[in-house]
Design a protein around this ligand. Sequence first.
Ligand SMILES: O=P(O)(O)O[C@H]1O[C@H](CO)[C@@H](O)[C@H]1O
Ligand SMILES: [Mn+2]
Ligand SMILES: [Mn+2]
Length: 422
Amino acid sequence: MKRAVVLVLDSFGIGGALDAAEFGDQGADTLGSIALACAEGRADLINGDVSSTSNKRFPMSRTGPLLLPNLAKLGLFHAHLASTGQLAAGVSLPDTVIGSYGHAQEISSGKDTPSGHWELAGVPVLFDWGYFLDTEHSFPASLVADLIAQAKLSGILGNCHASGTTILEQLGEEHVRSNQPICYTSADSVFQIAAHEQHFGLERLYEVCEVARELLMPYNIARVIARPFVGETPADFTRTGNRRDYSIKPPAPTVLDKLVTERQGQVVSVGKIADIYAHSGITKNVKATGMDALFNASLAELARAGDSTLIMTNFVDFDSSFGHRRDITGYAAELEAFDRRLPELLAQLAPSDLLILTADHGCDPSWPGTEHTREQVPVLCIGAGLTAGSLGQRDTFADIGQSLAQYFGTSPMDYGTSFLSE
Ligand SMILES: O=P(O)(O)O[C@H]1O[C@H](CO)[C@@H](O)[C@H]1O
Ligand SMILES: [Mn+2]
Ligand SMILES: [Mn+2]
């Protein structure tokens, strides 16, 4: 029986990107920066306290050095050491490693979520996305005019680069008063639309996003993102789990597509995976909000998975709630909570199953700004006849897609080298 589980810890980079300087990210290291802050006592949180203003509804508790014993056993700190040349602060390498571990370089031109995920699935993005580079008045006047006319709006707010939580504090009330959606972008190839779930309406927000998606095709923008929120004052505006991503389709069949079309397999999306692949190569779409719910859904899908099934989960909160919010403490606590759940998954795997833990880019919470950071990502695997030990430097995330293609017996991908034995 062939079943694979791929868990993408969104933004969990392990430093060491060879081309980091080209992105202004030389030295960025998501895991390393979190471990350092923990070791220096800068990421302590007492029970019942809250992590940061952006996560005020997310009480948690942690203290001292970063504690990830289960990820460590899969080889996380070995992979980080190999990627950066430095052992993460305050941690020690485990006596026994049960996983096969490596660190992978990205060859896609951008450090965004679709590029990272598509490359993981064997299809790197070697062309350049369109970007809105101006930090103010970011969108062309004709685009704004078309959006207002076609979506029947009285106007838009924002039209700038912004952090998604800060802009709600600034413009949330004006949005509720005027009924004009908040449109913003970032260094990513993205057009984000924030609107109030009740006052503006969730379905109405999705409609506006669909209009925007069409209008943005000539601009080669990777994603339109619906950012619904609730709350009545700047102090309690909160984004909800009803976020929706509108991606374009990957430029070539991914290993997900091939598993479905060539092997009549099942591809189960948990979380925003389906959106990221524009629903291509997905046979079942399971929604869940928050790390525990996403983990529970992954376990439930594995329990009912038959032969030729790929379960792929995106853990978005590492990125969205912590990385972009530059919330080191929250990121550390979330990693530790994830690590505590891992034994449940390991116990549920059959020896022939393949588990891969990885990431799509970095988002170092100690880094200036609020953007992603160009980093290598961990490749932590177990099962499917792999022997424990190093998989070494992987030259592209597509090594994962190529390995999945080999595992499931599809035709090979155009990029990547499998790390599975014949
Ligand atoms: O600040 P928020 O809205 O979380 O936006 C972030 O999320 C987007 C998608 O990852 C990125 O483009 C980044 O700007
Ligand atoms: Mn991402
Ligand atoms: Mn992000």
